[in-house]
Design a protein around this ligand. Structure first.
Ligand SMILES: Nc1nc2c(ncn2[C@@H]2O[C@H](COP(=O)(O)OP(=O)(O)OP(=O)(O)O)[C@@H](O)[C@H]2O)c(=O)[nH]1
Ligand SMILES: [Mg+2]
Length: 290
């Protein structure tokens, strides 16, 4: 039996969460075209009779500007420390190849590194060949794999490479478990994903979501979630004219939550203003950023 931690790292928007979902064959992590979507380390357990891979999606690596960012980078650091295999994701659309290379080197990984070049579906052969010859000369790269996380191209090839480096060992988690995070975490994330979808500019970055109530009734699950924002103006944007936006948000979120929980859901959303929550140790803790 093989078992180990395979942790996914990279710059924001590289496709880490999309990759976690493709490897798992189900949607665990939220995805958006904007940077800094993921704020927590999210584990997914892929178990067969031969192996258990504990995948971890992590926030994109950034220079922290708020305490929230510091917490996010702490999650990355923790994942750096317990990895058995590291997947370093490079977005083939990212022109700053040497910057990415510097970042990857600075991580000083002592475990096998697989550089995963993502978004193969949107670049030409010349770009691919250039990237290939570039990474082939880098001493920290054990293996180089080209994929499309979104189009699910070469995910099996990547998994085969991962299994080569996965250590022998007993499973860490129950074969029936897919993750160690509670349902209410994923519910909050789905609401956050819809906020990324519906609102422009800074709104998603000033927002946190906490699920205050999660009650399984006989025919449905009753969920009450709070959307935290920094300012009154942001609250009124989220509410929209006569509550039109929050209604839209609730409809979109509920559809996905029902799919995820495979149950009917009654979803109540509230908006609360907590000035400067992103720099407030107490609030961050309250919203799950430990
Ligand atoms: N064309 C293309 N787009 C992709 C691919 N994989 C991911 N994307 C898109 O890239 C964007 C970012 O994807 P995410 O999975 O959220 O990226 P991430 O690395 O988790 O981003 P952060 O959580 O912000 O660090 C989304 O719009 C995805 O749909 C791919 O293989 N091809
Ligand atoms: Mg992500």
């Amino acid at each position: 039996m093989k078992a180990g931690f395979v942790n996914i790292f990279g710059k924001p928007n590289a496709g880490k969460s999309t990759l976690l979902n493709s490897l798992m064959g189900e949607k665990l992590a939220i995805v958006s075209p904007k940077v800094q979507t993921t704020r927590h380390r999210i584990k997914g357990f892929l178990t067969t009779p031969e192996y258990q891979v504990v995948f971890s999606d992590t926030p994109g690596i950034i220079e922290p500007k708020y305490k929230l960012h510091e917490k996010m980078m702490k999650a990355v650091k923790n994942a750096l420390e317990d990895a058995d295999v590291a997947l370093l994701i490079y977005d083939l659309k990212d022109r700053d190849l040497s910057g990415v290379d510097e970042l990857f080197q600075s991580m000083k990984l002592k475990v096998p590194v697989i550089v995963v070049c993502n978004k193969i579906d949107v670049v030409d052969k010349e770009t691919r060949d250039n990237v290939k010859s570039f990474f082939s000369t880098r001493p920290y790269v054990k293996e180089l794999v080209f994929i499309s996380a979104r189009q699910k191209i070469n995910i099996d090839g990547l998994l085969a490479s991962i299994l080569k480096y996965l250590p022998e060992g007993e499973p860490f988690y129950d074969a029936d478990d897919v993750t160690d995070l509670p349902m209410r975490f994923f519910v909050g994330e789905i609401v956050r994903e819809k906020i990324f979808e519906l609102f422009e500019e800074e709104i998603p970055y000033h927002t946190a979501v906490i699920v205050q109530e999660f009650k399984e009734k006989s025919t449905l699950i009753k969920i009450r979630a709070e959307i935290i924002v920094n300012r009154e103006t942001q609250k009124s944007i989220i509410l929209g004219e006569k509550g039109s936006m929050i209604k839209k948000l609730g409809t979109l979120a509920r559809a996905d939550i029902e799919k995820f929980l495979q149950s009917k859901v009654f979803l109540e959303l509230f908006v609360k203003v907590k000035p400067k929550w992103r720099d407030n140790e107490f609030h961050l803790k309250e919203y799950g950023y430990h």
